[in-house]
Write a protein that binds this ligand. Structure first.
Ligand SMILES: C[S@@+](CC[C@H](N)C(=O)[O-])C[C@H]1O[C@@H](n2cnc3c(N)ncnc32)[C@H](O)[C@@H]1O
Length: 367
């Protein structure tokens, strides 16, 4: 059994914990992530299936450290030889917050020295070529507690493999998946995104509806690690592939005023393997009508942050609210960094939740 740490954007830890629970893995939510124990296969399962986590890390050691000497000893005490082959590459990335050790660069250098020191003894060598499998080491210091981890994901989990170009203001896939889950939508209800841009919300909702593992079409760093049994890993992938039922997708659609964004959106839908299951068209919000009764309108409209764009964004908000009022039994769910959405549309939301789109503080409002 290993201890795993699934990192999550601030505010999404509970969501990640619920996802782990649905995978049969009991987790404990803490600031910045969820801790869970499980086998190597469980680590891969989490990588393949978690929709809202940023990364899955193998937690090797955790301790309070306030000096570089203490950090050195902590890192050197880890049995690295159990994980790293003689030719393993082990780059280090450090992040420090609210701690006495606040220099990521120094933490990286110290940790590298400590690992080399340890490996020198085991492998009786002075030099390591680092030409083999990648073991990205992550040193995370928060409130003077250091977590020493190996990054089992490799590329961050939002990189699902369907996005080629990012468009003007795309939502991170992990946040889009969280919004889908936090909204009142559930497979069976119609979902519509009237400002769909490059299509992130549509793709993430469709993945959920089709039982599509978000990591199905990408690989993870840990798939090259020796702790993972190749046959069992293959079985997890085969199972994930067999659960993907594209024919289950229905009643997910969207539109956008911008033709360029739509071209990208269509490309992403194809690359996500969603074929023609999702209809998207060019239209401004104001021109929309005739959405199905009970539609969940889930959208990430412009925020109007730049000078001169605020008024336009506010008009889009009024149009969105009018579309909601014109659609019987619809729900409207909007993520925006504009602080005055409720004032602009003249109605308080039934639910409001604070979330972060990157570093941008946003509200997720549900009507
Ligand atoms: C923040 S972006 C949405 C990004 C999208 N969630 C994605 O993942 O790519 C806002 C989108 O609203 C669209 N938009 C702006 N005004 C609009 C309007 N009046 N009607 C429809 N779409 C509009 C923009 O073209 C842009 O694609």
């Amino acid at each position: 059994m290993y201890t795993w740490w699934a990192t999550a954007a601030f505010g999404l830890e509970g969501q990640v914990r619920r996802e782990l629970q649905a995978l049969g893995l009991a987790g404990q939510a803490e600031t910045g992530g969820v801790r869970f124990s499980g086998s190597a296969q469980d680590g891969l399962l989490a990588n393949l299936w978690l929709r809202t986590a940023d990364r899955v890390l193998l937690l090797l050691a955790e301790q309070q450290v306030t000096t570089f000497d203490a950090l050195f000893e902590l890192v050197k005490g880890i049995p690295w030889e159990e994980h790293l082959e003689r030719d393993a590459a082990f780059p280090i990335a450090a992040q420090c917050a609210r701690s006495q050790l606040m220099s990521p660069r120094d933490c990286q250098t110290i940790s590298k020295k400590a690992i080399v020191e340890r490996l020198k003894k085991t492998y009786r060598a002075d030099w390591f070529p680092e030409t083999g499998a990648q073991y990205q080491v992550r040193v995370i210091l928060h409130n003077d507690v250091a977590k020493i981890c190996l990054d089992a994901s490799g590329e961050a989990l939002n990189r699902r493999g369907y996005r080629t170009w990012t468009g003007e203001a795309p939502l991170r896939e992990t946040l889009a998946a969280a919004l889908v889950d936090l909204s009142p939508w559930a497979p069976g209800l119609p979902l519509y995104d009237p400002c769909c841009g490059t299509g992130t919300l549509l793709v993430e909702a469709a993945f959920r509806m089709a039982g599509r593992a978000p990591g199905l079409k990408r690989t993870f760093a840990m798939e090259r690690w020796r702790l993972l049994d190749t046959q069992e890993a293959l079985e997890l992938r085969v199972q994930a592939q067999s659960r993907f039922n594209v024919a289950a997708i229905k009643d997910i659609a969207g539109s956008d005023v911008d033709q360029e964004a739509l071209t990208l959106c269509k490309r992403h839908l194809q690359q996500a393997g969603l074929g023609n299951r999702i209809a998207v068209s060019q239209a401004g919000v104001r021109a929309l009508s005739g959405l199905k009764e009970g539609t969940v309108i889930l959208t990430n409209p412009p925020y109007g942050e730049r000078m001169g764009e605020r008024k336009q964004a506010e008009q889009v908000y009024r149009d969105l609210f009018a579309l909601h009022l014109a659609t019987p039994k619809s729900r409207l769910c909007v993520i925006t960094a504009h602080p005055g959405f409720e004032r602009v549309v003249g109605r308080k939301a039934a639910r409001r939740r604070r979330l972060y789109n990157g570093r941008l503080e946003c509200d997720f409002l549900t009507y």
